[in-house]
Ligand binder design. Sequence first.
Ligand SMILES: [Zn+2]
Length: 138
Amino acid sequence: MSEKENMPVRATGGCLCGSVRYVLRGPLRDVWACHCYLCRRLHSHHAAYAACDPADLEVVHNGKLRWYRSSPSARRGFCAKCGAQLFWDGKGSDHISIAASTLNEPTGVRLVKHICVGQKGDYYEITDGLPQEGGSMA
Ligand SMILES: [Zn+2]
């Protein structure tokens, strides 16, 4: 039994069909909405990601978790059966991002800011008053 298995469960979640599920034992960052081109192509609208230390995340799946290299610096984890997007994993990043839509409720997190707003779609405006940043997450 590893040290982590004694830690309290902070969050659980999974894909639409249930083939990919996860358990988080550790802090969960609040949610950032990413408006970059890559996220928008992948998520049908902007993305919304919480995040955690990769060491705190246990992923359980029956062989359906796949990784798509969306750019030289990041890969995306998704379910090969239902197509749900679950994870963003940046090369050299100290965190792994978890699609907020895959968290079981109550999530205990809030949307707190928008990033990559310079790449947002031209068909919507950001009107919630939350902070906006232009940096790239791709
Ligand atoms: Zn699935």
